[in-house]
Design a protein around this ligand. Structure first.
Ligand SMILES: Cc1cc2nc3c(=O)[nH]c(=O)nc-3n(C[C@H](O)[C@H](O)[C@H](O)COP(=O)(O)OP(=O)(O)OC[C@H]3O[C@@H](n4cnc5c(N)ncnc54)[C@H](O)[C@@H]3O)c2cc1C
Length: 442
C-alpha cells in the first residue's frame, strides 16, 4: 500500500489567506479574461515574479491549483526546518527581518513568511485553478486548459515547482505487501507511522531529518544510507552558511559547475545517532521474499559525508588564511562511531519493520505541457536562465536555473527579476513590431 499525501491540496482550494483582501482570486466560473502574462504556480517562485511584474505595471495573473505556499503547507513533515538560515530568505523587497537571522524557520513559519510576502504586494491571484494542459495557439501565443475553462496568454511563466512528484525506486514494488509505504512528502509525524520499526531509505536532507524525527520519538529506526554529503552547522565561530556566502558558493553560475563541494547538504551526524541505537545500512539494492538487501557501502557512505564536510572546512580555512580575518581555529570532527560490520540483508518481519519512508527525492512534472520545443531529449526544460526557445514561454524555480542559489529563498529574486525584465523587453519589442506591421499594412 502506498500512502498518499495526508491532505489532498485540491480539496483545500479557495481557502483564504491573509493577502485575500487584495488578491484577485475567483471563486467560481471562468478564471478571467485572457491576459498578457500568466504565471502558473503560487509558490515563492510564482509570487516573486508577480511582485516584479506588478511593480512594473505588467498585466498578469497567477494561477495556483491549491493555495499559495501549498508545498510548504502540505508536503513537509510537522517538524520540518529549513536547512538554509533565515538570513538567506530574501524574497523580493521582503527579506527576513526577524530576531533569528541564523535560525532555521519551521514549516509554519515558512508558510507565514510566504503569506506575508504575498500580503505585502497583493498578487493578482486565482487559487483553486488547476492548469491541466498548456499549448501554443494562433494569435494569442498560448492556451491553458484549466478546471475553470480555457484561458489564453501571450506569455506564460511555468513556476510549478521542481519537487512536485515523489520519486520512489521501482524496487519498492518488490517489498512485502504488508509493509506500509510513505514518501517524504506524505510523512507528517511519528504518530502517523504504524507501530513497529521503520526503515528510512535515503539520507539526504529529507531522510536525515525524518530519521531523526522518528528516532527522537522513541521509534527504532533503520536507515539505508546513500552518498549524500553533510555539512557542519558552525565552524570557526560562524554559521557555515555565512561562510558559504562569503565564499560565493551560492552565486556560482551554472556554467561554472557545482564547484569542489556540495552546499545543499544536511547537518545531521548519523554516526552520533547510531551510538544512540539508530541502525545504519548501505544503499538499498533490492527486495525479495520479505527481505531487503543492502550494498556493502555503509563505511564509504559515512566517510564520504564526513569528507564533504571537511572539504568545506578546508575552503573556509583557506579563506581565513588568505583574508587574515579573525576566526578562532577549531578542531576537526572525529568520527564518533564506526560500523562493526556490514549487514547486507534484513528480514522485514523478523526485524519488526512495518513501514518504509522513501526519502528518495522529488521530480518536476511537466508532462501537461504540450510544447515539445520547450524540452530537451530527456524531457527536461530546455532553457537559458529560464528563457526557452519558444517565444513567450519561461520557467522559474528550477534548481540551478542560473546559480546554485536559484529556486531557493536565497536566489529566486535574481532569477525572477531577470525574467520580468525579459518579459517587459519582449512586450516592448512586440508592441513596436505591431506598430510597424500596422504602418506597413495601412
Ligand atoms: C524537502 C525540501 C526541503 C527544502 N529546503 C529548502 C531550504 O531549506 N531552503 C530553501 O531555500 N529551499 C528549500 N527547498 C527548495 C525550495 O525552496 C522549495 O522546493 C520551494 O517550495 C520551491 O518554490 P517554488 O515556488 O518553485 O515551488 P513550489 O513551492 O512547489 O510551488 C509551486 C506551486 O505551483 C502549484 N502548481 C503546480 N502545478 C500546477 C498547475 N498545473 N496549475 C496550477 N498550479 C500548479 C503548486 O500547487 C504549488 O503551490 C526545499 C525543497 C524540498 C523539497
Amino acid at each position: 500500500m502506498l500512502l498518499r499525501p495526508a491532505v489532498n491540496g485540491r480539496t483545500r482550494a479557495l481557502c483564504s489567506g491573509p493577502h485575500g483582501a487584495r488578491s484577485a482570486r475567483g471563486r467560481s466560473g471562468r478564471v478571467s479574461p485572457d491576459r498578457d502574462v500568466i504565471i502558473i504556480g503560487g509558490g515563492h517562485a510564482g509570487l516573486s515574479i508577480s511582485k516584479y511584474l506588478k511593480d512594473d505595471g505588467v498585466d498578469h495573473l497567477v494561477l495556483e491549483r491549491n493555495r499559495i505556499a501549498h508545498a510548504w503547507r502540505e508536503e513537509r513533515w510537522d517538524s520540518f526546518r529549513l536547512v538554509t538560515p533565515n538570513r538567506e530568505c530574501r524574497l523580493p523587497d521582503f527579506p527576513y527581518n526577524g530576531p533569528e537571522p541564523d535560525g532555521h524557520m519551521r514549516k509554519d513559519e515558512v508558510v507565514d513568511y510566504v503569506e506575508a510576502f504575498a500580503a505585502s504586494f497583493g498578487p493578482p491571484l486565482h487559487e483553486g485553478v488547476d492548469v491541466r494542459a498548456l499549448r501554443c495557439v494562433g494569435s494569442y501565443a498560448f492556451v491553458l486548459e484549466t478546471n475553470r475553462g480555457p484561458v489564453r496568454a501571450r506569455c506564460v511563466v511555468v513556476a510549478t515547482g521542481a519537487y512536485r512528484d515523489a520519486k520512489v525506486p521501482a524496487l519498492a514494488g518488490d517489498v512485502d505487501a504488508n509493509v506500509v509505504h510513505l514518501h517524504a512528502s506524505s510523512y507528517r509525524n511519528p504518530q502517523d507511522v504504524p507501530a513497529g520499526d521503520v526503515l528510512v531509505v535515503g539520507t539526504g536532507q529529507s531522510g536525515s531529518q525524518i530519521a531523526v524525527d522518528l528516532h527522537r520519538a522513541g521509534r527504532r529506526v533503520h536507515v539505508s544510507t546513500c552518498g549524500a554529503p553533510r555539512i557542519a552547522r558552525r565552524y570557526r565561530g560562524r554559521d557555515v552558511a555565512s561562510w558559504l556566502e562569503v565564499l560565493g558558493v551560492l552565486d556560482r553560475d551554472v556554467d561554472d559547475g557545482p564547484g569542489a563541494f556540495d552546499a545543499d547538504a544536511r547537518d545531521v551526524d548519523l554516526r552520533a545517532y547510531a551510538r544512540e541505537g539508530m541502525l545504519l545500512y548501505g544503499r538499498l539494492t533490492g527486495a525479495r521474499d520479505g527481505r531487503v538487501f543492502f550494498a556493502n557501502d555503509l563505511v564509504a557512505n559515512l566517510a564520504s559525508a564526513d569528507l564533504a564536510m571537511d572539504r568545506i572546512k578546508d575552503a573556509i580555512d583557506a579563506y581565513v588564511a588568505r583574508s587574515g580575518i579573525d576566526a578562532p581555529p577549531e578542531a576537526r570532527y572525529r568520527a564518533v562511531w564506526q560500523p562493526a560490520g556490514s549487514v547486507r540483508e534484513l528480514g522485514l518481519a523478523r526485524a519488526g519493520i512495518r513501514s518504509i519512508v522513501w526519502c528518495t527525492g522529488f521530480a518536476a512534472a511537466h508532462d501537461w505541457i504540450d510544447i515539445p520545443a520547450a524540452f530537451d531529449e530527456r524531457a527536461r526544460p530546455a532553457h537559458r536562465r529560464g528563457v526557452t526557445l519558444v517565444p513567450g514561454l519561461y520557467f522559474l524555480g528550477l534548481p540551478w536555473q542560473h546559480t546554485r542559489g536559484s529556486a531557493r529563498f536565497f536566489g529566486i529574486a535574481r532569477d525572477a527579476r531577470f525574467l520580468a525584465d525579459h518579459i517587459r523587453a519582449s512586450a516592448r519589442n512586440r508592441a513596436i513590431e505591431n506598430l510597424e506591421n500596422g504602418l506597413h499594412f495601412r
